[in-house]
Design a binder for this molecule. Structure first.
Ligand code: ATP
Length: 343
């Protein structure tokens, strides 16, 4: 059994307790060679990753990739077959109760508590967490205000919309003011407005110094709110880094959209003769070309050549590479190397 790390110091700013990580603090999440299988199904296959304090990290993968399994182990709801998992330096297997104090877990549904009102539901969990008297009331009020549920305090849970229900579930995860939040698909099934509200709440939590580990299938959504992205595929981590790095890592070519004063066909004609340039498709006033290699100097050189060849350019801009494309390319490479027997 590993030792518990020494208690970390919190600083008081007025009424509010703010967690101020020190450089010597262990990472919020440390996963080392984690493996979990279920009767022959390898759900998580020897994965390792680390999340620093105060980071918002997106966990991305297809259905069945191993996200929920990893998150449930972090939340002390399941055990690894092998490997080690620590939350704020505390081993989840050796000290589950201590880990639960550090972690707020939001599962992908909030169970069957249909005959309770919002306030009864939060009160039930606040009691289970050991809050008493005025402190319990304060925690419930704070959480209801933060998640904008105060006006719905007496509403039955089965009368809540999906978005309200997700906010309630987030509120429950926040009751004990955890340092680390593990959120499994919190935006699934939400309409665009509810998604924006949820993103806003997550950014506030991050500004407050909390670490947020959040799963989703929707890359663009995570891209907007996360500091970095962790990709899992068939139980293995295939990329961990910022979305910027992912876009750059995979791009050997770049797409440039060009608008001309001349007829659009002129662009196609020009591209057919230009080295390192491939015409991709036409637009109303020009078209898109692919430039290879994608270094800034090569792109600038293409623009200079167009001008010296007499094209009348009114717009020339590089298109942002889609994260989905970069992700699919990584998957393609993995498939190719496994076909070739490279590991
Ligand atoms: P989704 O996005 O669909 O929720 P996920 O990435 O969260 O998928 P997991 O739920 O972790 O994936 O599942 C990973 C694999 O492990 C799947 O093949 C799943 O069927 C299997 N699995 C997960 N939990 C169990 C279990 N309790 N018993 C048997 N198989 C399981």
């Amino acid at each position: 059994m590993s030792d518990l790390p020494e208690d970390e110091t919190n600083q008081t700013q007025g009424e509010k307790i703010v967690n101020t990580p020190k450089p010597s603090d262990p990472p919020a999440i440390e996963v080392t060679h984690l493996t979990r299988s279920f009767s022959g199904i390898q759900a998580v296959n020897n994965i390792s990753f680390e999340i620093s304090r105060g980071q918002v990290v997106g966990f991305v993968g297809a259905n069945g990739a191993g996200k929920t399994t990893t998150m449930r182990i972090l939340a002390t709801l399941d055990y690894p077959n092998s490997g080690e998992v620590k939350v704020c330096g505390i081993n989840v297997v050796d000290y589950p109760a201590e880990v639960r104090r550090k972690i707020g877990w939001m599962p992908d549904n909030y169970g069957t508590y249909q005959n309770m009102t919002v306030v009864e539901y939060l009160d039930f969990f606040a009691r289970a967490l050991g809050y008493q008297g005025q402190e319990r009331i304060n925690r419930i009020v704070e959480v209801m205000e933060f998640t904008d549920l105060a006006s719905l305090a007496d509403r039955l849970i089965d009368k809540l919309s999906k978005g309200m229900g997700q906010r309630l579930c987030l509120g429950r995860a926040l009751l004990h003011d955890p340092e680390v939040l593990v959120l499994d698909e919190p935006a699934a099934g939400l309409d665009p407005k509810a998604r924006v509200e949820l993103k806003h709440l997550i950014r506030i939590l991050a500004e407050d110094g909390k670490t947020v580990f959040i799963s989703s299938h929707i890359l663009s959504e995570l891209d907007e709110m996360c500091d970095s992205l962790l990709f899992i595929n068939e139980g293995k981590i295939i990329h961990h880094g910022s979305s910027e790095n992912l876009r750059k890592k995979k791009s050997s070519t770049c797409l440039v959209e060009v608008q001309l004063k001349d007829p659009p066909e002129k662009l196609k004609e020009w591209a057919s003769l230009a080295p390192g340039v491939t015409f991709r498709d036409s637009t109303k006033r020009g078209g898109r070309i692919e430039v290879e290699p994608a270094a800034d100097e090569d792109i600038a050189q293409v623009l200079r050549r167009m001008i010296s060849d007499g094209l009348s350019i009114i717009d020339f801009h590089q298109e942002e590479r889609k994260l989905e494309d970069a992700f699919i390319e990584i998957l393609g490479e993995i498939e190719e190397s496994s076909t070739l027997g490279v590991s």
